[in-house]
Design a binder for this molecule. Structure first.
Ligand SMILES: Cc1ncc(C[n+]2csc(CCOP(=O)(O)OP(=O)(O)O)c2C)c(N)n1
Length: 338
């Protein structure tokens, strides 16, 4: 019986990763042919305008962590947030609609990939400002503590974010006030076009947390079962009132910084080596020991069908009305509009 439950949980982790990969592959294809971040005007009309920050190859981290969360728990994300958002339970169709700029998207089509939020599942927002999710997460966790709520907050950020001030400020505040927050560093070894290692003093996120008396664990971020186990231990401690914890997940950014970045600055051998540790292929190989491959194939086919349906729905959805340009924006008062 125990094996059956474990197999079901492990299969669910696989499904989460496969859905994220399918979503991002489709979104990337739908973004091709448009106007790039670097100003190149390509022929053809892309359905998704602008560049996308893809988390291809990093799916094990959100899948393994978010499996331990409930809709009442909060989550803050980064500019590379599709995987976090889907793993937290956000609706895949509404996400695709947002990327298409349609009125039925999470932000009415006005936010796009880097500003997706879904408060109904506790997803407080992607964020285009590096490290900006950290103080938001700490604020959410502090509110939960003051309100005597049981829910916790999970905060995803990249290895580049640990070299910004908000990382230090947020960990310090969380430790001083004993807040119920799990910090998760998705260490994909790159910060835009810069390799993070040579730019980072000391041993990185995990070591920095320990220097602030926050217990931390380093984990193979391409092994979803290892992430799940490590996150489970840390989240159990946070729920029990330990105060903050940090999970340092070592993974790899397979794509360029954004979808239009060919990443010509990095050694192709580094990418080739990383592809050998693809988290989905790795999980599939492990699962094949006790789950029929037809079950795994069915999961992949279902994800493909779900994404195809989302593409069709987003294509058919209405554009925002022009009047919506003035809603959901901060009012600066009468006569301030230029
Ligand atoms: C405060 C700030 N500085 C610079 C940028 C430009 N920028 C966007 S993503 C990025 C790299 C972030 O690296 P990391 O935190 O490791 O996340 P990853 O992109 O690897 O997921 C930079 C420098 C920004 N968005 N915000």
């Amino acid at each position: 019986m125990e094996t059956a439950i474990q197999a079901a949980e492990r299969t669910a982790l696989y499904r989460t990763m496969v859905r994220i990969r399918a979503f991002e592959n489709a979104a990337e294809a739908a973004s091709q042919g448009g106007v790039s971040a670097y100003g190149q005007q390509a022929a053809g009309a892309a359905k998704v305008r602008g560049p996308l920050h893809l988390s291809t190859g990093q799916e094990a981290v959100p899948a393994g962590v978010c499996a331990h969360l409930t809709p009442a728990d909060y989550l803050t994300s980064t500019h590379r947030g599709h995987g976090h958002t889907l793993a937290k339970g956000a609706d895949l169709v509404r996400m695709m609609c947002e990327l298409f700029g349609k009125a039925t998207g999470f932000n009415g089509g006005k936010g796009g990939s880097m500003h997706i939020a879904d408060f109904s599942v506790g997803m407080l927002g992607a964020n285009g400002v590096v490290a900006a999710g950290l103080p938001i997460a700490v604020g959410a966790a502090h509110a939960q503590k003051l309100l005597k709520k049981d829910a916790i907050t999970v905060c995803f950020f990249g290895d580049g974010a640990i070299n910004r001030g908000p990382f230090l400020e947020s960990l310090n505040w969380a430790r001083v006030y004993g807040l119920p927050v799990l910090f998760v560093c998705e260490d994909n070894r790159w910060s835009a076009t810069t390799a993070s290692g040579p730019m980072t003093a000391g041993d990185g996120a995990s070591a920095r947390a320990q220097a602030m008396d926050i217990a931390s664990t380093q984990v193979d971020g391409n092994d979803v079962f290892a992430v799940h186990a490590a996150a489970g231990r840390l989240i159990a401690e946070v729920r029990a009132g330990s105060g903050p914890r940090l999970l340092h997940a070592l993974t790899y950014r397979v794509k360029g910084h954004v979808s239009v970045d060919p990443a010509a600055y990095r050694d192709p051998a580094e990418l080739a080596a990383a592809l050998e540790t693809d988290p989905i292929a790795h999980a599939r190989a492990l699962l094949a020991a006790d789950v029929d491959t037809s079950v795994l194939d069915a999961i992949e086919n279902a994800a493909h069908d779900e994404v195809e349906a989302a593409l069709a729905a987003a294509d058919a959805a209405p554009w925002p009305d022009a009047s919506a340009a003035f809603s959901d924006v901060q009012s600066t008062g009468e006569g301030q509009w230029r």
